[in-house]
Ligand binder design. Structure first.
Ligand code: SF4
Ligand code: SF4
Length: 130
C-alpha cells in the first residue's frame, strides 16, 4: 500500500467548500487567482474576497465558498488556494490522532477502513516522494 488512492479518493461531496468561513489566501494564492480570473485586486475584493484585518478569504454565499457550484464543484479549480489543493492531507494528521479522526469525519474521501498508523505510513511515504 503506497499510493494516494490507498488513503484518499475525493468523493466530490463538496463538504470542504461549505461552511461559514474559507481558508485564507496567501500572497501567491491571491496573485494566482487574480491571474486565473483576469481581475484586479480591487475587482476581486469587490466581488469575491472578504478582507478582514489584512486576512483575505473567499466570500461565502448560501453557506458555501462563492466559487463552489453544486453542479460543477470548484469553479476556480486551477486558481484555487494551495490549502484547498492540500486538503484533506494536512500534515497535522501525522502528529495527532485526534486531528486524523476529526479530518476523517469531515471528509468521506479518506479511506475510512485504515487505522491512524496505517494511514500515516502511506501518507509519510507520499510526502517523502513529493
Ligand atoms: S476555492 Fe474551490 S476548492 Fe477552495 S473552498 Fe472555494 S470552491 Fe472549494
Ligand atoms: S470533503 Fe473530502 S471527499 Fe468531499 S469534496 Fe472535499 S476533499 Fe473531496
Amino acid at each position: 500500500m503506497s499510493s494516494l488512492t490507498d488513503i484518499f479518493t475525493c468523493a466530490r461531496c463538496g463538504y470542504c467548500c461549505q461552511g461559514e468561513t474559507t481558508v485564507s489566501l496567501d500572497a501567491d494564492d491571491q496573485t494566482q487567482m487574480m491571474a486565473k480570473l483576469g481581475l484586479s485586486r480591487e475587482e476581486m475584493e469587490a466581488k469575491y474576497w472578504r478582507v478582514t484585518k489584512g486576512v483575505v478569504q473567499m466570500r461565502i454565499i448560501d453557506h458555501h465558498c462563492i466559487f463552489y457550484s453544486p453542479e460543477q464543484g470548484c469553479t476556480v479549480h486551477e486558481g484555487r488556494p494551495w490549502r484547498c489543493g492540500q486538503w484533506p492531507l494536512h500534515p497535522s494528521i501525522l502528529t495527532d490522532e485526534n486531528n486524523f479522526r476529526a479530518i476523517r469525519e469531515s471528509c468521506p474521501g479518506i479511506n475510512q477502513n485504515l487505522s491512524w498508523e496505517e494511514f500515516c505510513t502511506v501518507f509519510r511515504r507520499l510526502l517523502e516522494h513529493e
